[in-house]
Design a protein. Structure first.
Length: 379
């Protein structure tokens, strides 16, 4: 039996100006569909001074208050508003949830990268890892339900935290309908980001586990005439890790062939994907891996890592390779660029694969889980 008049609180701080993340897209897609499917529910969105969302609906309300100290915002200010607004159930996309509140709680844990990735196991990051582990553990105990975004992440959560298996449910990320093969305005978009030739594309952040260094080294080993013909375009907001990669490009003497675009606006991404000759994603660890799926939805051949959740997402619609094997990466790039029939096959398979990850299915699954969490007794 469906519940009526439910008040759902959602932490939307991931929707930040000048920032694009997979989980941010996950939330936006859910809200677009969820608010339409549940007219009798009220969705109350909580954000801070950096939050930006242009979504409007009669059953969507927004409450923004300043965040100067994150712990204070999470554990004092937010619980106050949850109580004041009489929230029935609260959905957070973060490992850190309000631990003292009267409403039911659903936590989204995308992955355990800060704990499990070898790239992060340095002394200076010890405190951050302990902070992540302790708050994630507390959230798993407090939550009525836990959403994660792949079976691989679910296995990691069950291994690392004493959580009943039936508390953790997998709901995949989805591909927005805007991601489709495009031909319009491609030249204008390329000029906007400094792209002048055919190109090999990476899109994402530049954190160490993304393993972009391997892509740079693999590109460096391509024949000179290929580098002259194809630029390497690295899309994503610039940060300290990006600076390190720019230094590496100079050391490898390929800086004239590599474009660091900086932040790519969401409305430009389908064009950027569609125009790429291939999409390369060498990540060592992914909770899901949305960019390869978006690339496939735009009809772009994909080469991706065979690590963690990526085989689960890409399936046989892309070429999966060892992300630590630089010669294999170089060889596979050349194979895709030179084999037209292979590119056509990957394009067709990718377009079909992407259709399996629909926005409506994801939103419906989340709505169903929220209803079940409200009805059930806490584990």
């Amino acid at each position: 039996m469906r519940i009526k008049d439910l008040k759902v609180g959602i932490d939307i701080r991931e929707l930040e100006r000048g920032k694009a993340t997979g989980i941010g897209q996950y939330l936006k897609d859910f809200l677009k569909v969820g608010a339409k499917h549940r007219h009798d529910w009220t969705f109350i969105l909580f954000g801070n001074q950096n939050t930006a969302i242009d979504l409007e609906a009669s059953n969507i309300q927004k409450i923004f208050f300043p965040e100067y100290f994150t712990v204070l915002w999470d554990q004092v200010q937010l619980p106050y508003y949850l109580s004041k607004e009489k929230i029935d159930i609260f959905l957070t996309p973060y490992f850190k949830a309000p631990l003292i509140s009267s409403c039911k709680l659903v936590v989204i844990i995308n992955d355990l990268i800060p704990i499990l990735s070898q790239e992060y196991k340095s002394l200076e990051r010890f405190c951050n890892r302990m902070y992540f582990r302790s708050l994630t553990h507390a959230s798993t105990l407090r939550a009525n339900k836990i959403i994660t975004i792949s079976n691989h992440s679910k296995i990691d959560i069950l291994k690392n935290f004493k959580t009943p298996e039936n508390k953790v449910e997998v709901i995949y990320l989805s591909v927005d309908g805007n991601y489709r093969p495009l031909n319009n305005n491609i030249d204008q978009v390329q000029i906007k980001y400094g792209i002048q030739k055919k190109y090999i594309l990476y899109f994402g952040n530049f954190n160490p586990h993304k393993n972009v260094k391997t892509l740079l080294k693999a590109y460096k080993d391509l024949p000179s005439e290929i580098k002259d013909e194809y630029q390497l375009v690295l899309g994503g907001r610039k940060d300290s890790y990006c600076n390190e990669l720019e230094d590496l490009a100079r050391q490898l003497e390929i800086e004239n062939h590599v474009i660091f675009t900086g932040f790519i606006m969401e409305e430009d991404l389908p064009n950027i994907y569609s125009a790429a000759s291939l999409f390369a994603f060498p990540s060592l660890y992914e909770g899901f891996g949305l960019p390869p799926l978006e690339a496939m939805a735009c009809g772009t051949p994909v080469i991706a890592s065979n690590a963690t959740s990526l085989p689960e997402v890409v399936g046989d619609a892309g070429i999966l390779i060892d992300p630590t094997n630089i010669p294999e990466f170089t060889k596979t790039i050349l194979t895709v660029l030179f084999d037209k029939e292979l590119r056509i096959k990957l394009r067709e398979k990718g377009l079909l694969r992407a259709k399996r990850f629909s926005v409506h299915k994801t939103a419906s699954d989340i709505l169903d889980l929220l209803e079940r969490a409200v009805c059930q007794q806490k584990n």
